[in-house]
Design a protein around this ligand. Sequence first.
Ligand code: CP
Length: 314
Amino acid sequence: MSEPQLNFRHLTGIKDLRVDDVRLILDVARQFKEVLQRPIKKVPSLRDITIANLFFENSTRTRMSFELAEKRLSADVINFSASGSSVSKGETLLDTVQNILAMKVDMIVVRHPQVGAAQFLASKVPASVINAGDGTHEHPTQALLDAYSIEEAMGKIKGVKVLLVGDILHSRVALSNLLCLRKMGALLRVCGPPTIIPKYISSLGVETMYDLDEALRWADVVNVLRIQSERMELQYFPSIREYSQFFGIDRRRLDAIGKELVLMHPGPINRGVELHSDAADSKYSIILDQVENGVAVRMAVLYLLANSRTNAVN
Ligand code: CP
């Protein structure tokens, strides 16, 4: 019997995945997480593969997590940052990528501020393309590692009540999370000021709440999102101080709920704004587990996409 595999060679968004695809990625990630607990954390699975990490936008977690995942799989890795590159001399995205691919690169991981950048490259280049975040659109591997972390913490995803709090409008993490968790049967609500909750949210089967304490009482899992000031052209609420008062999460607020609750944040945290240190570093938090799981989940994505390259349909 052949090994289960993905039948596509790019991961540009969660919207393209079937439930079985997500299930396969999470199951393979569990096996890689087990590998990562061993003294020798490396496997030879991608020793014939060269991967380029192309970051046109800042990153700490995603970039290092992908690089580590690639190295744990024994791939050859090259890294590109827009700053310090010939992008500043006017080179286009496609020219940059085609030049890198001329060096015999098999897969690219791309973060770009432009919505659709990964999809564009996937339609133009022969390499497998993985979206590491495109503007306000999607961040599929973050959603997969969040789904993995919820399943690890709660024992399941189906039926788990997941609340996303904060800047849903500008958040690629929010969209990918909602698409992924809905596929996997979680119950979803969002909470935040009405100005940063997108109008399409109900079409995703997601209910909106405006009272944070009521929303926290409903939730099993709360995923707190950063206020993305760098993407805001307008003022969406009177002040950061007022935002924090109404929608910031601190330990007092969590303790007052009086039940077990799992606290998540994709990072980077704006401490004292959407999340206070006494909550971020508390017993409720699985934030560093999310980061740990990111390596195993990205190993699974890279491994499965590399395997699918010969049988792919897109
Ligand atoms: N979660 C996330 O995407 O973090 P970075 O921007 O540091 O990669």
